[in-house]
Write a protein that binds this ligand. Structure first.
Ligand SMILES: Nc1ncnc2c1ncn2[C@@H]1O[C@H](COP(=O)(O)OP(=O)(O)OP(=O)(O)O)[C@@H](O)[C@H]1O
Length: 360
C-alpha cells in the first residue's frame, strides 16, 4: 500500500495563491474548459486545487516526482489529471505545447478548448506566469518537434510534403471513414528489397512525372490508394515508387513501441531501423501521424481539426538535437499500465517468441 505523501515541504506561497486566484478568475471570465499547471516541482496540490475551484484541472511535469501527490492515486491530496512529459531541458513553450497535445490525445481536452495555463517562465520552479490559450489557434500552427531536426538525406521539402499528406489522410479519412496508411520515404532501393506487393499496385506502369507528389492530382490519388492495405514507397525526390506493399524488415531488439500500436506501426519502426528511410504511419483508429527514424518515433502529430502550418524554426536550427528532443510521452496513468505490460508491449504482434529479446 502506498504511504501517504507528505506535503509539509511544499509551501502554498502568497505568490502561488495569487496566481491560482488569477487563473481561476481568468478561466471564469473566458469560459475556459480547464486550467493546466506546468509543474517543475511538487506543489501543495490540495491548496492549489482548492484555490482553482471547480475548473477541470490538469498538471503536466517532466518526472513522476514532480507530479507526486497531484493525481487521484492512493495517498494523493488532490485529483488533477496528470501528464508526464519527460522533455528535460526543452523550452517552456514546447513543454506547454506538448502538454496540450497530450491532453487532447488523451481526450482530456477538445481541440477547440480554451485553457488557462500556469507555469514558470522567469525564475525556475516558481509559478510566475499565467496565459490564456485557445487551442484551435495555437495547436493548428504547431508540430511536436521541428521537422528540420530530423537529420536525414531526404530533403525537407519532400518530408514536409509527405507528412502534410499523411496528416490530411489522418484528419480527413475517405468518404467519412477513417483511413490509416504507411509511407516510407528515402532509401527506396533498400526499402524495395524489404517489401513485396500485397496484390495489385495501382501506381505500376505510370511515368515518374505521373507519380510525383508535387502534383495535386497525384496526392489525391495517393489518398484513394491509402484505403488499400499496405505501404507506399516514396523516393527522396518525392516520386511514388510503389504502393500496396507489404514490408518485412527484420525485427530489431532495439525497438519498443507504446501499447496499442499494431502491425502497421511495427512495420514502420522496423523499416526505419533497417534502412536510412523515414517511415510515416497514419493510425486509422486515431488519425495520429507518427514519423519513425531508426526505429523510433521522432515526431508525432495529432489530428487537429484545422490545417496545419509549418513554423520557421531559424532560431532553433542549430540547437543540439538530443537536448531539444522531447522523449516519447505518455500520461502518468497510462504509464503505470504500460509498465505492467512492458514485456508484452515490447513485442510486435507477430513476434512473440522472446519478450526479453525484443524489449531490449
Ligand atoms: N508489414 C506491413 N507492411 C505494410 N502494411 C502493413 C504491415 N502490417 C500492417 N500493415 C497495414 O496496417 C493495417 C492495420 O494493421 P494494424 O491494425 O495491426 O496496425 P496498427 O499499427 O494498429 O494501425 P492502426 O492504428 O491504423 O490500426 C493493415 O490492414 C495493413 O494494411
Amino acid at each position: 500500500m502506498a504511504a501517504p505523501r507528505s506535503t509539509s515541504t511544499r509551501r502554498f506561497s502568497p505568490q502561488l495563491e495569487g496566481f491560482c486566484k488569477t487563473a481561476s478568475a481568468l478561466a471564469d471570465a473566458h469560459a475556459a474548459e480547464a486550467i493546466l499547471v506546468l509543474a517543475e516541482r511538487p506543489l501543495d496540490w490540495a491548496s492549489v486545487q482548492e484555490c482553482l475551484g471547480k475548473h477541470t484541472m490538469l498538471v503536466a511535469a517532466d518526472t513522476e516526482d514532480q507530479l507526486a501527490g497531484s493525481d487521484d492515486e492512493e495517498g494523493s491530496e488532490a485529483n488533477f489529471e496528470t501528464l508526464l512529459l519527460g522533455m528535460g531541458d526543452a523550452p517552456v513553450y514546447e513543454r506547454l505545447t506538448q502538454a496540450l497535445l497530450e491532453a487532447v490525445s488523451e481526450d482530456l481536452l477538445e481541440t477547440g478548448s480554451t485553457v488557462v495555463t500556469l507555469y514558470s517562465s522567469f525564475e525556475p520552479s516558481v509559478i510566475d506566469s499565467v496565459s490564456l490559450i485557445r487551442l484551435g489557434e495555437h495547436l493548428g500552427k504547431l508540430t511536436v518537434r521541428d521537422l528540420r531536426q530530423i537529420q536525414t538525406k531526404v530533403p525537407t521539402e519532400t518530408l514536409k510534403r509527405v507528412i502534410d499528406l499523411a496528416v490530411e489522410i489522418g484528419r480527413e479519412g475517405r468518404e467519412g471513414k477513417p483511413v490509416g496508411t504507411l509511407m516510407v520515404v528515402g532509401d527506396h532501393r533498400k526499402t524495395l528489397e524489404l517489401s513485396k506487393p500485397m496484390g495489385f499496385d495501382p501506381v505500376r506502369g505510370y511515368s515518374a512525372a505521373e507519380r510525383s507528389l508535387s502534383d495535386t492530382k497525384v496526392r489525391e490519388g495517393v489518398k484513394e490508394i491509402a484505403q488499400m492495405d499496405g505501404a507506399f514507397i516514396v523516393s527522396a525526390n518525392g516520386t511514388v515508387i510503389a504502393s500496396a506493399q507489404h514490408l518485412s524488415a527484420p525485427a530489431s531488439r532495439e525497438i519498443s513501441l507504446s501499447k496499442g500500436l499494431g502491425a502497421r506501426h511495427w512495420a514502420a519502426a522496423q523499416v526505419s531501423r533497417a534502412t536510412e528511410a523515414i517511415a510515416i504511419a497514419v493510425s486509422a483508429s486515431s488519425g495520429t501521424v507518427r514519423v519513425f527514424q531508426n526505429g523510433e518515433v521522432v515526431l508525432r502529430i495529432e489530428p487537429l481539426n484545422r490545417a496545419m502550418t509549418w513554423r520557421d524554426f531559424e532560431a532553433e536550427a542549430d540547437r543540439d538535437r538530443g537536448a531539444a528532443s522531447p522523449k516519447p510521452t505518455k500520461s502518468a496513468k497510462s504509464k503505470a499500465k504500460t509498465t505492467k505490460a512492458k514485456a508484452a508491449e515490447a513485442l510486435p504482434p507477430d513476434q512473440s517468441d522472446s519478450a526479453q529479446d525484443a524489449g531490449g
